[in-house]
Design a protein around this ligand. Structure first.
Ligand code: DQA
Length: 146
């Protein structure tokens, strides 16, 4: 199936950004490995990153036109602020898994609430890069290999 990985603001800095929290791997490293895993499972994974809320909304809307069957998203800080991204997901009705590298529940109180979690198919937090792989596994399990 057609799958989409979306990373939100500041995730383009992975590798150098607070490595104690987010690890040493770059976003390019993570995307390359995830694409290979998706191919091995018979899926076609596209990757997108933006620092801009409206661009993320546009990309989610575009996903419906492309026939994307499942989205993996790390919305970054927009997790905690964006009604617009929530409404985009509700609007396109594409199932998605919300992923956070860090355990947002062990951090500042403002990171404990997500505008997306209650409409997500699932939420993965605190497992670092493994979270993306688990998200892909979940998409595969939900979709089958078609
Ligand atoms: C994050 C957690 C968010 O609170 C933060 O704003 C991020 C990254 C994570 O992957 O742990 O940018 O989504």
């Amino acid at each position: 199936a057609r799958l989409l990985l979306i990373n939100g603001p500041n995730l383009n800095l992975l590798g150098t950004r607070e490595p104690g929290v987010y690890g040493h791997r770059t976003l390019a490293n993570i995307e390359t490995d995830l694409c290979a895993q998706a191919s091995a499972m018979g899926h076609d994974l596209a990757c997108y990153q933006s620092n801009h809320e409206g661009d993320l909304v546009d990309r989610i809307q575009q996903a419906r036109d492309e026939g994307v069957a499942f989205i993996l998203i790390n919305p970054g800080a927009y997790t905690h602020t964006s009604v617009a991204i929530r409404d985009a997901f509700a609007g396109v009705a594409i199932p998605f898994v919300e992923i956070h590298l860090s355990n947002i529940h062990s951090r500042e109180a403002f990171r404990h609430h997500s505008y997306l979690s209650d409409i997500a198919a699932g939420v993965i937090v605190g497992l670092g890069e493994l979270g993306y792989q688990l998200g892909l596994t979940a998409a595969h399990a939900k979709l089958g290999s078609h």
